[in-house]
Design a protein around this ligand. Sequence first.
Ligand code: SAM
Length: 396
Amino acid sequence: MDWVEGTSGVIRFEAERRAEGNTTGLLVRGESADALRALLDGELPVPEDSGLRGAVQAVYIDPPYNTGGAFADYSDKVDHELWLGMLRERLHLLREALTASGTLWLHIDDSEMAYAKVLLDEVFGRENLVSAIVVENNPKGRQLGKFFAGSHDHLLVYARDIRTVRLEPASAEAVNPADFPKSDERGPYRLLPLRNTNKKFHPGSVPTMHYGLWADGATGRVAADPFEGAIEVFPVFGDGSSAVWRWSAALVRERADELLARVVRGRGGERLDVFQVDRLHGERKKKLRSIWSAAEVGSSDSAKAELKKVLPGRQIFATPKPEPLLRRVLEAATEPGELVLDCFAGSGTTPVVAERMGRRWIAVELSSATVDAHLLPRLEHEGARFEVWRETSLAR
Ligand SMILES: C[S@@+](CC[C@H](N)C(=O)[O-])C[C@H]1O[C@@H](n2cnc3c(N)ncnc32)[C@H](O)[C@@H]1O
């Protein structure tokens, strides 16, 4: 099955299997761009909801990497420009589907990683890059590689809007209490600069985050609006050049009691600055590192072993992703009940894990053979309640 461009002309979808009552999922046999357009236009039903636009909390996609090879289930070789054009079109559609706090996770390997990254910068905006995570997929390394024994691929993570994104990439490790050296009657805390210390963010790149806050050095009080005794404070870097805050004025209004004004001594003498009071609460975990080891998230081999257990005696899908990887993504990016979308679903790791975690999901897969041999049996084994729709304009 080749990667095909969406059908031009009339595109129709028909129900292959309807479900009574509440469903958590929608499986579409069809082409990703066709399905996304139909979902955005309301021609396909979003589980327990009315529409797709602005409704998806996390998109995870693992499109063919364009390695130049061919797998039993799909071809992985198309012209580079064509591949980029297809990805661009789908990224624009996926961006429309995301909520203001949502994220997109693109899994890719060295073949097209740099091009995909530039494309994501173009479609989502450079400022919306969250991380380019390195994912170890083969701890021994592929000894068949010509020079190096390939052992990783990449997960590019972008926010729909970095200012309003909601992401909690927490590890299993508890934070070190020694990192919270201050203490008051409410317990240990640390002071974090409210100024964004990343030089990439400045009034030229995020003008809306450069604004004056009102602060009183004597009481420590900070507010988004003027009050008696307050002076206006703008964010500056150590060298005195203009910086931006990490919080919008709206967030400051909501959480002003977590902010504190302090006099600091800089190169230009004393000035007032604003800090976030970051408290150590009981369950606080360390942030996830941006390198994910196979021991933590599984490998290509462990993913195939998982499938063998679920569907014994069958031909195994060529390139499944491991379930712990998807669990980690969905834990960081979504809450129960929220909507997850994968429009290159393959053997269905994303919908299966989403189902298990109580998320709603939409999965699109072009190859009917893959849907029948892998996706449907896997979802059925999971006991998922979902509808299946089929693109009728594609004769596959
Ligand atoms: C790398 S696999 C995804 C594997 C999946 N993450 C898993 O865990 O099994 C890519 C899948 O995208 C599908 N595909 C390729 N082009 C597509 C398109 N235009 N629309 C929808 N699916 C497509 C292929 O048939 C293949 O099953």
